[in-house]
Structures are given as C-alpha cells and as structure tokens.
Design a protein around this ligand. Structure first.
Ligand code: PGA
Length: 255
C-alpha cells in the first residue's frame, strides 16, 4: 500500500515570515491526517524556521527543499549542501524540476548525481520528469519520459529506487491551468511504473510513489487521485493559499 504524498512546491514565493504564518493556518486546517503525508517545499530561507516549528509542535507536515547541490560541501558559491538541508529539518528534496532543467540547463546526468547525494544523506528525492507540448503532439510523450527516467535512475540499486519518489509533470500543464486528463496522466504513470518494473522488478515498482504535477487544484484532485497509479500530487500555484492546498490535501478518491 502506497501512502499518498501531497506536496506543495512554493517555488520562489513567500518570505520566511509569510511561510510561518501560512504554516500555522495549514496545520489548523489539515489536522492530523493518518492516511496521507503532507509535505511543503518552501524557499531555502524558510526551511530552518519551519523545521523548528515542526519539531516543536510535532506537526504532521514534512519539509522538503526545492534543490540541492551534489557535493558534501566546499567552494560552490550560492549552492546548498545536503547536510544543511538535513540540519534545517528537511526529509525530502525535489530534483530535476522542469524549471531547473529549462532555466539552469540541468541535465539528466547532473540530476542523477543529485539523486545519489540525496539518498546518501537520507533525503528522499522527488525526481521530476515530463514531456513538452511538441513532444506530446509528436506522439513521443512516453518515449521522452521513460528516457528521462532511465537516465536519472542509471546506476541505482532496487533498494535505492524503492526509497524515492517520482513526479510526472507534463511541461504544458505546469502553471498553465491546463491539466492532463486523469486517463492521460494514469497512462503515463503506468508507463513509468512499467519502466521501474523492467529495471528492478514488480515489488520495487509497486513500492515507488509516482506523483502527478501540473495545475493540480481543488476541482481536479479527486479524480486524479482516483487513478490507480497516481500516488499523490506535486502542487505549485494552488499550494500557495491555505484553503486550496488544504482542500487538495483532503482529497477524496472515489471509484
Ligand atoms: P503548478 O506547478 O501546480 O503551478 O502547475 C506544479 C509544479 O511545477 O510543480
């Protein structure tokens, strides 16, 4: 049984004080859900204060970073190390988000190194994959996404892979208000799970949580979460408001 993971990716939004305010209201709204995990990934500056709040109040919310550098430390001006993220209270880290692939030219090989670094430091990586609109229209969505998955996961053992999370985020759905249909998303998630089974067997494939990301909102979360291979959501815009993120966290999957 895979525990659903409902994750908010704030991107470059909210100061530390705004994050603290948000956090208090979020905890009030979501209560203590036992059958799902709630995760927020704020900017670096908000990690430490939120980590302290979570530790103090034992709040059922996990903390993740939006990026890390694949080295233990040293002369990498402007970057952040896995030990710094752990110390701030993170247990998750997003790697290979399409915005980083696009604006910062991150390659699958570089993302692969980040995944290794995250796993070596007890940070659960959330690895983002997804195709562009041109690629989808050319009928290449599955080929593109499985190639990204193969390259990002190259060299990892079944045990490594069982401990990570994948997020399928079609580029044309991110921040556009356009969501993949539940059936299209399900078919992509099934393709990713088939790749995991080919690489490491059915048990590992069945253990991995595959999140959907791209304009997830209160109005579409229930149907998305009703798909058998959608194990959670990576939410951008709709995670910035307590009401909408709380509603997403409280999704109800039906038949
Ligand atoms: P969105 O972003 O929900 O605003 O589309 C999702 C993401 O980029 O993780």
């Amino acid at each position: 049984m895979r525990t659903p993971l409902m994750a908010g990716n704030w991107k470059m939004n909210k100061t530390a004080s705004e994050a603290i305010q948000f956090f208090d209201s979020l905890v009030e709204e979501v209560g203590n859900p036992v059958d799902r995990e709630v995760l927020i990934c704020p900017p670096f500056t908000a990690l430490y204060p939120l980590g302290r709040m979570i530790r103090k109040s034992n709040a059922p919310v996990r903390l993740g970073a939006q990026n890390l550098y694949p080295a233990e430390g040293g002369a990498y001006t402007g970057e952040i190390s896995p030990a710094m993220l752990r110390d701030a209270g993170c247990t998750y880290v997003i790697v290979g988000h399409s915005e980083r692939r696009q604006y910062f030219r991150e390659s699958n090989a570089f993302i692969n190194r980040k995944i290794r670094t995250a796993l070596d430091n007890q940070l659960c990586p959330i690895i983002c994959v997804g195709e562009s609109l041109d690629q989808r229209e050319a009928g290449q969505a599955k080929a593109v996404v499985t190639a990204q998955g193969r390259a990002c996961l190259d060299g990892f053992s079944g045990q490594d892979v069982a401990n990570l999370v994948i997020a399928y985020e079609p580029l044309w759905a991110i921040g556009t208000g356009r969501t993949a249909t539940p059936a299209d998303a399900q078919s992509m998630h099934a393709a990713i799970r088939a790749l995991l089974a080919e690489l490491h067997g059915r048990d590992v494939a069945n253990a991995v949580r595959i999140l959907y990301g791209g304009s997830v909102k209160p109005a579409n979360v229930d149907t998305l979460m009703s798909q058998p291979d959608i194990d959670g959501a990576l939410v951008g815009g709709a995670s910035l408001k307590v009401d909408s993120f709380a509603r997403i966290v409280k999704f109800q999957a039906g038949g």
